[in-house]
Design a protein around this ligand. Structure first.
Ligand code: C5J
Length: 233
């Protein structure tokens, strides 16, 4: 059933049409989130990203129950790395570069264990999983075609990391005319300052890139359509 919802948000409440709104879950991959994985090998505190999982799990359950389109993305490359520009391949710590062996298989290579989405947020059969070689989810993917085909105009944006793939995607989406609502506790950064500033940039100047809300506000708005908003163990 198509319904209009009002979600408290910054800089102002946002009105959503459930028929034209999708939940976008960006790069909740083992390589970024698991202890010993790529993200941690770069000196990052993966606990900061893991904090995102419980609220995002609740949002995912509620959006599924409310009948919203759910789209997942994964950052990664073909096994021969032919889709990875040299400028991207050559960056980072010399022993932890894309394609190198890591704790969970070759780093950010499609088909490897570490490239896939964490178990708690595993896509359901039929939910699109967009494999992207870049930071933005629109670059070199069929995401825009998929959204057009389903009439989506508004994106509830979640995932990691706030300042990299989330921000790049929100910027790409804005330039393509989509409305973006970033759920602040469902996006994560290894760096608290990047998290703060990343969110502030979205809603600055009356909504430069869209709105910032959170899981509680969305779950409250979805409550008339759902029963599964309680935390899952
Ligand atoms: C990064 C991402 N941080 N998914 N990727 O390299 O944000």
């Amino acid at each position: 059933m198509r319904t209009t919802l009002t979600v408290p948000a910054d800089p102002a409440p946002v009105v959503l049409d459930t028929g034209s709104t999708a939940l976008l879950v960006i790069d909740m991959q083992r390589d970024f989130l698991l202890p010993g994985g790529f993200g941690e090998s770069l000196g990052n505190d993966v606990g900061r990203l893991q904090q995102v999982v419980p609220p995002l799990r609740r949002v995912l359950a509620a959006c599924r129950e409310a009948g919203l389109l759910v789209v997942h993305t994964r950052e990664g490359h073909l096994p021969d790395l032919s889709d990875c520009p040299p400028a991207k391949l050559g960056r980072g710590a010399p022993s932890s570069r894309i394609g190198d062996p890591g704790r969970y298989g070759r780093i950010l290579v499609r088909g490897e264990y570490g490239h896939d989405i964490v178990d708690e947020l595993a896509p359901l059969p039929g939910e699109p999983v967009v494999d992207k070689p870049g930071k933005g989810a629109f670059y070199a993917t069929d995401l825009e075609d998929r959204l057009r085909a389903t009439g989506v105009r508004t994106l509830l944006v979640t995932g990691v990391t706030t300042e990299v793939c989330v921000h790049t995607t929100v910027r790409e989406a804005n330039d393509r005319g989509y409305e973006c609502v970033v759920l602040g506790d469902c996006v994560g950064s290894y760096d608290p300052e990047f998290q703060r500033v990343g969110l502030a940039m979205v809603s600055a100047q009356g909504g430069l890139f869209g709105w910032v809300s959170d899981s509680a506000a969305l779950l409250g708005a979805l409550a008339p359509l759902t029963t599964t908003t309680a935390p899952t163990p």
